[in-house]
Design a binder for this molecule. Structure first.
Ligand code: A2P
Length: 271
């Protein structure tokens, strides 16, 4: 399909009942592999912080949809996403080129297990991620309910390179001045970031750092206990499986929306 045909379809796209067609508000590229963008939020769209939604582009008769965790909190007037760029990715090869004013399609029904309701009450919440798996946690750390339910929140992200940590590092640094979350998160939220393929202040995979106990030592925390600690995991399939085993060895049990327990899991989606 030619570029002009795509634009024409974009303008006159026949919107199905289950779809929103929103405008891109802003885009920021972090590296040649990662970018974030914000779109307008339909007034009727409701979701719980940590959920995901299917998004696509109006560039074909049958658009390709992929699951994207919503990175903005439930109270935000816009919707934010944090995405990988895959050279031949059916969606991301196009999505990485979006600019303000472009349209993005979004299915109306959000869903997901990385929600506070899927966890039993606890004292400390671990949010464990690799790469774009940090997106649902970017939502949860901006939700007041997270701090109402937990006394302490530990957000962990492992990436290959230092620049890939900028998204979450800048977001967390900015929380101090946030009129809604600043005071709530002060002294409660810790960010623990690591790299694996570039020298940085802290190196190693989240999994190895948990197994060796270094993560807990450096945070000044006791090892994970089912009595006090709850966790959410979001990353690649291999990371999920390993982290799940580690949490289970600490005595945590996987939960779901209809059966809250002590940890929950969601795959970080790639497209
Ligand atoms: P590594 O560089 O050792 O592969 P990706 O960009 O490929 O999604 O990876 C994001 C981060 O997740 C990388 O730092 C990568 O480390 C790390 N990673 C990959 N597999 C695992 C795993 N099984 N457990 C923990 N971290 C992992």
């Amino acid at each position: 399909m030619s570029e002009s045909a795509m634009v024409a379809i974009g303008r006159d796209y026949p919107i199905a009942d289950n779809l929103f067609a929103e405008r891109v508000v802003s885009v920021r590229h972090y590296t040649d592999r990662l970018f974030s963008f914000r779109i307008t939020r339909p007034a009727s769209f409701r979701f719980r912080s940590g959920e995901f939604v299917m998004i696509g582009l109006p560039n074909a008769e049958k658009p390709v949809f992929r699951a994207y965790s919503i990175a903005s909190p439930a109270w935000d007037e816009e919707i934010e996403f944090f995405s990988i760029k895959v050279e031949n990715g059916p969606l991301t090869q196009h999505l990485q080129k979006i600019a303000p004013g472009d349209r993005v399609l979004m299915r109306k029904k959000p869903t997901g297990t990385l929600v506070l309701d899927a966890l039993l009450p606890g004292r400390r919440l671990y949010l464990l991620s690799t790469g774009t798996g940090v997106a649902p946690f970017a939502s949860l750390i901006r939700d007041p309910e997270t701090y109402e339910k937990f006394e302490e929140v530990v957000l962990v992200q492992t990436c290959r390179l230092r620049a890939e940590l900028d998204y979450i590092s800048e977001l967390v640094a900015g929380l101090a001045d946030d009129p809604l979350i600043g005071e709530l998160s002060a002294g409660k939220l810790s960010l623990y970031t690591t790299t694996t393929r570039e020298q940085s202040q802290r190196m190693g995979r989240v999994t190895d750092l948990m197994r060796s106990g270094r993560l807990f030592d450096e945070l000044g925390l006791p090892p994970i206990s089912a009595d006090t600690d709850r966790a959410m995991i979001c990353g690649s399939m291999a990371m999920l499986n390993e982290t799940k085993d580690i949490l289970e060895a600490f005595g945590l049990v996987e939960g779901a929306n209809n059966a809250p327990a002590t940890f929950v899991v969601e795959r970080a989606f790639v497209g």
